[in-house]
Ligand binder design. Structure first.
Ligand SMILES: *Cc1c(COP(=O)(O)O)cnc(C)c1O
Length: 368
């Protein structure tokens, strides 16, 4: 917390704007629009999951449609596809960015069109752990086949590709302000929209699709997805520290990279080239068992015994029991990452001393 949050919350209470609308919501949206740039319009919502869901609604996803989604992601990218009665088609990652492989994406599109006679309705690309996906290539493939891209930047606030903020490449972009994300509103999210008109449409669906009548008139199915004015107050306070947070995460990743640099068999996941500028939301490593004589699970358990939390890299959706029937295009990349990788402590509370301790404990597991 920056310390500014309380001021905005107090203001909300003092002015009786304790509702899912109000001056903090408007100001938070303005601040996000300025931060993201590209002339985008931002709708503040109750969660990142709600933003994924509304983005798909606005792209016209309906029952029976197929939606291509990066398999290696958090379940909140894929679940809303199922909320809509659509079918997720899971596409594996590439080994440099760890995000959706443009080659596999095109293979999947062509095969789905051949098999179903229809175009997939949308593509959901994700910037995992803040590392930018190759949005230029993914959007170009989408455009080639007439399929819009929903860009899940929930983990990537502050990340850039070619100097442009993640979340502003796709037809829509998603941000999350959950407690564990780069900034938080306790719970919350945002949909980055291409036009003011689209933002209005998002807000229409986010407030129960109420038609403009003096009485309640409903012609479509809506949702209750607007952000609370109290939560938006926290968000306004957080906007004063977002740059600091991003800088901290980058510094932490650089520290791990420096310490593990000379260690054979422990690779810190870093920007593949100068085009990529990850926020390093989570610092992540891949452990080569042959070179280190250990493995990620042994390391994780040792860290746990030292009261240090780490976590395996996310388990891809095509390995999840709930998605076992979803069509999947895998090259084995995300499976290997899940098997060999770990997320390390990375947040604003992890200081240099903490990070040093994490490295020291991991090195105790490595055979000399
Ligand atoms: C956190 C997250 C979401 C969902 O955001 P919530 O605000 O928690 O609903 C969506 N996608 C990804 C990749 C995430 O990490």
């Amino acid at each position: 917390m920056s310390g500014e949050e309380q001021k905005y919350i107090q203001e909300a209470f003092d002015t009786h704007w304790v509702a899912p609308l109000g001056p903090n919501v408007d100001a938070f949206e303005k601040a996000l629009e300025q931060y993201e740039g590209q002339g985008r319009h931002v709708a503040a919502l109750s969660s990142g999951t709600a933003a994924v869901h509304l983005g798909l609604v606005l792209l016209g996803v309906e029952r029976g449609d197929e939606v291509i989604c990066q398999s290696w992601t958090f379940a909140a990218s894929t679940n809303p596809i199922v909320y809509l009665g659509a079918v997720p088609v899971l596409v594996d990652s590439e080994s440099d960015t760890w995000n959706m492989s443009p080659e596999l994406l095109e293979v999947a599109i062509c095969e789905r069109m051949r098999m179903t006679g229809r175009r997939p309705k949308a593509i959901v690309a994700v910037h995992m752990y803040g590392m930018p996906a190759k949005m230029d290539e993914i959007c170009a493939i989408g455009a080639k086949y007439g399929i819009p891209v929903l860009e899940d930047a929930a983990e990537a606030m502050g990340s850039c590709l070619d100097g442009r903020n993640c979340g502003t490449f796709g037809a829509f972009g998603v941000l999350s302000f959950n407690g564990n994300k780069m900034i938080t509103t306790s719970g919350g999210g945002a949909l980055i929209c291409p036009t003011e008109e689209m933002k209005k449409k998002a807000l229409f669906y986010a407030t129960q699709a109420r038609e403009p009548f003096p009485y309640y008139q409903h012609e479509r199915i809506g949702y209750n997805y607007r952000m609370s004015n109290v939560c938006a107050g926290i968000g306004l306070g957080q906007m004063t520290v977002v740059d600091e947070h991003v800088a901290h995460h980058r510094k932490t990743a650089a520290f791990y990279a420096e310490r593990f640099g000379p260690v054979e068999g422990i690779d810190v996941h870093l920007n593949p080239s100068g085009r990529f500028d990850s926020n390093y939301w989570l610092s992540t490593i891949v452990i080569d068992g042959k070179k280190t004589g250990t493995d990620s699970e042994t390391v994780r358990r040792h860290l746990e015994s030292c009261n240090i939390e780490s976590r395996p890299l996310w388990k891809p959706m095509h390995l999840q029991p709930v998605y076992k029937d979803a069509p999947a295009y895998s090259a084995g990349v995300s499976e290997k990452l899940y098997d060999k990788g770990l997320c390390l402590p990375s947040g604003p509370c992890v200081d240099a001393e903490d990070a040093e301790r994490v490295v020291k404990e991991i090195m105790k597991c490595v055979k000399k």
